[in-house]
Design a protein around this ligand. Structure first.
Ligand code: SF4
Ligand code: SF4
Length: 364
């Protein structure tokens, strides 16, 4: 049987239109909430961002979903996350605390934990509640990402890893390939049975944080499994699905997925992050100097968030953030968390120029 992925159009965050988009999506994928009493919603709350920045799952969508769940007889709703930093502040800034009348808001860092198996002899400590609810709803955001190139349902589950453990795992799995395999293993343990992607306003370019640019993508994507939903979302964004390691690891053929909904023929062209462009030209790395993490002293306010987040202590404040390039593993966590778009992975100008020229010739 084919995996069904729904893509419905929704032009903005008007509550009436959101309600319809959610109801249509559930109908398209034939989902009902029979025998489901306890639900945990995992949104993307990367950090304390205003919903207009399009970095986090929009609270209006979550509100409409909570109303549907209540109407369907769901007795207990939880909304939980562990942000890249400042989770409690994120709940406030992202508009999640306003949903307390529908759901219990939980900071995964403060929740009891349970060991989940990742692979033989390897376990990971995740919030116990993930195994205590009848249904986990994964509510991701349609965004680009410097390291993994896109961040959709699979990557969103990394927010179930509480607090500092996230940084530690970046150190253990430093490359994009290993890190993506870790993401797939975490997904296998959590296995959300209902997945949404808020693509009403997505984020393109240097996502997933403040450096990305909001894009009016006007779609809501839904399905019962992360893999097919991510594969279709990647294609809609204008990336090759198999160029994303987490997608490749699912080993699902496009022919095994059926798309449905009034948005199923939509194809967008999200601006790719520089890192995605440059991985197409790995030969350039051999000829020219390697990329480096650089903070812009005009934008950096020396808040120290990136310093705390760096898994290998490669950053210091002097007074602005400065990177020890020998220690840096290029996990891009600093870029992800900087609230001021002040720190980036800088490529040699000549590399950027050549890759742009080749792309132009190839019309990519
Ligand atoms: S680079 Fe960004 S996160 Fe780091 S200290 Fe400067 S402003 Fe703060
Ligand atoms: S400096 Fe940034 S990219 Fe380098 S290891 Fe630290 S957080 Fe990762």
């Amino acid at each position: 049987m084919k995996e069904i992925v729904s893509i419905v159009k929704c032009i903005d965050y008007n509550p009436k239109r959101l309600k319809k988009a959610l109801e249509d999506s559930l109908k398209n994928i034939n989902f009902d909430f029979k025998k489901i009493n306890k639900v945990l919603i995992k949104p993307n709350l990367l950090g304390p961002h205003n919903p207009d920045q399009a970095v986090t799952t929009h609270p209006f969508l979550l509100e409409e979903l909570c109303k549907i769940l209540k109407k369907q007889g769901v007795k207990k709703i939880f909304i939980g996350d562990s942000s890249a930093h400042s989770t409690d502040l994120s709940f406030e800034k992202c508009g999640i605390n306003k949903l307390k009348k529908y759901a219990k808001i939980i900071n995964f860092e403060k929740e009891p934990k349970k060991l989940f198996s990742l692979e033989e002899n390897q376990k990971i400590s995740l919030p116990k509640i993930l195994s205590k609810v009848d249904l986990v709803i994964n509510f991701a955001k349609l965004k680009t990402h410097g390291l993994t190139h896109v961040t959709l349902c699979t990557k969103n589950l990394y927010g179930c890893v509480p607090g500092k453990l996230k940084e530690k795992l970046h150190k253990v799995y430093p490359g994009v390939k290993e890190f993506s395999t870790l993401l797939n293993r975490i997904e296998m343990q959590i296995k959300p049975k209902l997945c949404f992607i808020d693509g009403i306003i997505g984020l393109e370019g240097e996502g997933p944080g403040a450096s990305g640019i909001p894009i009016k993508s006007q779609i809501l994507i839904a399905g019962k499994d992360c893999g097919p939903v991510d594969i279709i979302a990647t294609e809609i964004m204008g990336f090759k699905p198999n160029s994303i390691y987490t997608n490749k690891n699912y080993n699902i053929k496009k022919s095994q997925i059926e798309t449905i909904g009034d948005g199923k023929d939509i194809r967008l062209k999200f601006k790719k992050p520089n890192t995605a462009m440059l991985t197409m030209f790995l030969w350039l790395n051999k000829l020219f100097p390697k990329s480096k993490i650089i903070a812009n002293p005009e934008k950096c306010i020396s808040c120290g968030i990136c310093v705390k987040k760096c898994p290998v202590q490669a950053l210091i404040l002097q007074p602005h953030a400065i990177c020890n390039h020998k220690t840096c593993i290029k996990c891009l966590c600093c870029v992800e968390v900087c609230p001021h778009d002040a720190i980036h992975l800088e490529e040699a100008k000549i590399k950027k120029l050549i890759s742009k020229m080749v792309l132009k010739i190839r019309k990519v």
